[in-house]
Design a protein around this ligand. Sequence first.
Ligand SMILES: [Zn+2]
Ligand SMILES: [Zn+2]
Ligand SMILES: [Zn+2]
Length: 277
Amino acid sequence: MQMAFVPEASDPGQGVATFLGTGTSVGVPAIGCDCEVCQSNDPKNNRTRCAITVRLPGGTLLIDTPPDLRHQLIRERIRLIHAVLYTHEHADHLFGLDDLRLMPFRLGHPVPMYCTEVVERQIRAAYSYAFSDREDTHPGATPKLEPVRIDESPQSILGVRVLPIPMKHGPHFDVFGYRIGDFAYCTDTNSIPAASIERLRGVRTFVVGALRDEPHPTHFNIDQAIEVARKVGAERTLLTHTGHQLEYSVTNSRLPDGIEMAFDGLQVPIVLESASA
Ligand SMILES: [Zn+2]
Ligand SMILES: [Zn+2]
Ligand SMILES: [Zn+2]
C-alpha cells in the first residue's frame, strides 16, 4: 500500500523517494513474452528498468540512468535532475544517460555525476562523445557531466548525508546501495556483508532487489531478500528489480508482513539527516 502522506520537499528535514522503475534488466513485460504477468492489464505488472529519484530540499537526486529514463521522467513530471548517483555500471542502470542532455540548460552548469572510479571508466568508454575535447557544434549536442569520485565513506550530496552500502553482485561485481536518512536503496545484490548490514541499522524503509523465486547467481531471490530484510529490521521493506515470474498481487499476498513489492511511480517519504550531522 502506498503511504497516504507525502511531505513537501520544502521541509528541510524531509524528502521523497519516487520509484521510476522497478523491473529486472529486460523490463516487464519482456519483449515477445506471452506469460500471464507480461500480458497482465495491472499497471503494477508493467515495470520499467530500475531507478529512483530522491526529492531533497537542495534538489532532485537521480540514482542510476536506465534506458527508460526519458519515459520515466515525463511520466512522473520531473523537470529537473540536480545530481546523478550510480549504483554500478550495468547496461540496465546506465544506458539512459543521454536523456540528461537537457538538464545543464536548466541548471546553468554540468550535472554532478557521483560514482566510483570503475563506474566512471565505463561511463567514459560508453559515452566517449560526452567527454570529448572537441567543441560542440551547438549547445546541448552532448550531455554535460561533472564526475565526482565516491568511495565507501559518507558523501554530502545536495546538502544531505548519503552513506554508501558496499555489496556484492555475483562474483565479479561490487555495487553500492545507498542510505539517505531513514531510507536505504539496495538493488542488484546477492550478498550484503555484515559491516554493510550495520550501516543499514535503524532504516525505516529498506528497498532491496529480489529477482524471482528461483536462485540466481547475481541477485537475491525472494527467500534471500526476506532473510536480509529480517536482519535489517526495517518497518517497511520494498522489493525491486523484480522479474516477470512475480505477479504483483499474488506475490504481495504471500510476502510476510512489512514486506511488499515496489511498483513504478510508488512514492515513499524520507526523514533526512543534514550533511553536517
Ligand atoms: Zn540491474
Ligand atoms: Zn513474461
Ligand atoms: Zn546489475
